[in-house]
Design a protein around this ligand. Structure first.
Ligand code: SAM
Length: 230
């Protein structure tokens, strides 16, 4: 369970809100029950419920079980797609271990804005589910030209493109890196040209078929993680 408060040997964390509701009314938590907590700062801790009220729980920290994990240095830059498909990208990329989620608005992006709270909730849920002790960073959405303007030369940008590129499975996956995937309608020729003019860009393909935007994002992430993700 994620708690947004520093945990340590002498702390007595409290759980409120939706997490407390889930623990009290779905899991029927009661005093004496053990619980694993992580704070995105120090790692994971074993705690015991000391007080279970109607809307909040108080816990006692017993001991640390894991240090905060080292996160593989991969960013996923993706054009946001519609609701459930966006949730899927966020959930699977978090499970696979990305360090940063970067929404990118492109010329053909249909979605007009990104609901930050919804994505943050998906991130927390995915971390809790897979036992991840470090939340991926959720960067502020940017437009593609803005992303490219300040692009750090030392970070390879793997531009996934159904219209060309070297098979990603065959390249020596660079690190640190970022993956870029497009929206439902793909990238425009103008965007493609702008991308290919950036020195850090590597043009990559994920096979001969046109993948759904979310499939492409997760397939590329999994390929990179197979090389650097442990
Ligand atoms: N219309 C479908 C949809 O709604 O999901 C397909 C969208 S596809 C054009 C979206 C993005 O996925 C592309 O911009 C590209 O980044 C990536 N993509 C899809 N197939 C790919 C492939 N075979 N190789 C590399 N990237 C691919």
């Amino acid at each position: 369970l994620f708690v947004d408060q520093p945990l340590g040997a002498d702390t007595a964390p409290t759980v409120e809100g939706a997490a407390a509701h889930y623990l009290l009314h779905v899991m029927r938590a009661k005093p004496g029950d053990p619980l694993l907590l992580f704070d995105n700062r120090s790692g994971e801790w074993l705690a015991t419920v000391t007080d279970a009220g109607k809307r909040a729980l108080t816990l006692r920290i017993e001991r640390q079980t894991r240090a905060r994990e080292a996160v593989p240095d991969l960013w996923l830059c993706f054009a946001p797609v519609k609701k459930a498909r966006l949730d899927w990208i966020v959930e699977k990329a978090t499970e696979l271990g990305v360090a940063r989620l970067q929404p990118v608005f492109t010329e053909r992006t249909i979605v007009e804005r990104v609901k930050r709270e919804r994505i943050e909730a998906q991130i927390v849920e995915a971390c809790e589910q897979c036992g991840r002790t470090a939340l991926p960073e959720l960067a502020e959405p940017v437009k593609l030209p803005q992303l490219l303007k300040g692009w750090p030369a030392a970070r390879a940008l793997l531009f996934a493109d159904e219209a060309g590129g070297a098979p990603m499975a065959g390249i020596d996956a660079p690190a640190p890196a970022a993956i870029l995937t497009g929206p439902e309608g793909g990238f425009t020729d103008r965007e493609r040209a702008a991308l290919l003019a950036v020195p850090a860009v590597r043009h990559v393909a994920l096979g001969p078929r046109i993948l759904r935007a979310e499939t492409a994002a997760i397939a590329a992430t999994a390929l990179w993680m197979a090389a650097h993700g442990d």
